[in-house]
Ligand binder design. Structure first.
Ligand SMILES: Cc1cc2nc3c(=O)[nH]c(=O)nc-3n(C[C@H](O)[C@H](O)[C@H](O)COP(=O)(O)OP(=O)(O)OC[C@H]3O[C@@H](n4cnc5c(N)ncnc54)[C@H](O)[C@@H]3O)c2cc1C
Length: 391
């Protein structure tokens, strides 16, 4: 569902001093003008490797034109301007029917933390490469015994002078088999030091001692991996934030994932909702209205989070609302698709059917990744609403 414009003023080059509306208009025109060249990004390959290559190429195309450099500081490879401009670009891409490039999601989840907590030399080296699509990163948080209870993680980093020696295991690390770097949470304090003894490291994935073992998801694709670290040497210059201060880095990353990344997700869900309405003419209008309500609620919540990030305001645990509504909306949308298009989702084998099926299956994970829904409910109940804690 590509946008078509009746009048086509010349596309203005992206500039940091543009208003939100100017960026929106100019980017829309650019998308229309480049529609033929961008066509290959609408019909992605179905295998993970093919998808990854194609989306990296899309990222580079957007970088070369300057659009995804908006909202990032110039010394980090950007063009400057408000963070909000990044949200405008991701929204317009989704509205025009394009998928978000992979590192787009990383950009909004890990990128802001590296920009904020990494040593200056490191952030100036790696962020331009991420924006250009020259490299991708993964998020090494979860372990077999530490998911919801992240503060109990055990992958240890031992101080060895000018470097750390890392040993342990991570699991469910999305796209790790393609990643050049990993933002890794390690235990540097005593085993029982909980969130006070965690340090974040930025690790090159080709460092000797790292084994990546892909895991097949219910979609049939290896969406994530187990990572094994066997005495991996990581220079101290790769420490992100303070030693034993990794919890602050992790919480910042999770607030970006629960908030800013949810903005991209709501734009994508809205596009999926419109496809559903077009492909299922008998869809119950009340049910469609409920999908619309949920997606719109997510839009309002993540808009608040984006504006807070833009202003440098700390929202604390409030983005837990965004994450909760995000998974509720996504599951409800694809449950609705299953009810409205049973033949497509359950039987057909064409490309459209595969896409609906993959999106339905992935939506099941939306109440798990980035912090399970039950955990968000606990946070909302105890820390936002002030209800008594469970003993
Ligand atoms: C598609 C996908 C991608 C992912 N990508 C990454 C990634 O890139 N990097 C990464 O580090 N991790 C990733 N994860 C892992 C994810 O963060 C964890 O799965 C999640 O935090 C839950 O942890 P767990 O799987 O260990 O489940 P558990 O913590 O064992 O939880 C199991 C169940 O028990 C419930 N539960 C646990 N504790 C409580 C409690 N106190 N109160 C109420 N209920 C509770 C949970 O809500 C859940 O329903 C990904 C997961 C998925 C599904």
């Amino acid at each position: 569902m590509r946008t078509s414009l009746s009048t086509q003023p010349p596309v203005t080059e992206p500039r940091a001093d543009m208003t939100i509306e100017e960026v929106r208009e100019s980017f829309r025109h650019w998308l229309v003008e480049r529609a033929d060249a961008l066509e290959r990004f609408t019909e992605l390959p179905t295998d993970v490797e093919g998808i990854f290559d194609t989306l990296s190429a899309m990222q580079r195309e957007l970088y070369d034109a300057g659009w995804i450099r908006l909202g990032w500081p110039e010394q980090l490879g950007g063009l400057g301007g408000d963070i909000i401009l990044r949200a405008v670009i991701s929204e317009e891409l989704a509205a025009a029917g394009y998928p978000p490039p992979f590192s787009f999601a990383t950009q909004e989840v890990l990128g802001p933390a590296v920009a904020r907590f990494a040593p200056v030399d490191l952030r100036e080296e790696v962020l331009p490469r991420l924006l250009r699509g020259d490299e991708s990163w993964c998020q090494g948080f979860s372990e077999p015994g530490a998911g919801s209870d992240l503060a109990s993680l055990r992958t240890k980093a031992v101080d060895a002078g000018d470097h750390w020696v890392v040993t342990g295991e991570k699991i469910w690390t999305s796209w790790a088999q393609f990643a050049d770097r990993c933002l890794l949470l390690t235990r540097t304090g005593a085993p029982d030091s909980s969130h006070r003894g965690i340090t974040a490291l930025f690790v090159d994935m080709d460092t000797p001692g790292i084994t990546v073992s892909p895991l097949t998801a219910i979609t049939g694709e290896a969406d994530f991996s187990s990572l094994f670290f066997d005495e991996v040497r990581v220079p101290k210059t790769r420490t992100i934030g303070e030693v034993n201060g990794g919890w602050a880095v992790a919480m910042f990353i999770l607030s970006c994932e629960r908030g800013a990344a949810a903005w991209q997700r709501q734009a994508w869900m809205r596009w999926r909702m419109e496809r559903l309405a077009a492909e299922a003419p008998d869809l119950d209008p009340v049910r469609l209205g409920e999908v619309f309500e949920l997606v719109s609620s997510l839009r309002l919540l993540s808009r608040r989070t984006l504006r807070a990030l833009n202003a440098g305001t700390d929202l604390g645990v409030l983005p837990s609302f965004d994450k909760h509504v995000m998974s509720t909306a996504e599951k409800f949308l694809f449950d609705t698709a299953l009810t409205a298009l049973p033949q497509t989702l359950l039987v057909d084998a064409d490309r459209t059917a595969r896409d609906w099926r993959t999106d339905y299956l992935y939506s099941r994970a939306s109440s798990i990744y980035g912090g399970a829904k039950e955990i968000q409910r606990n946070i909302i109940g105890e820390r936002i609403l002030g209800l008594p804690r469970e003993n």
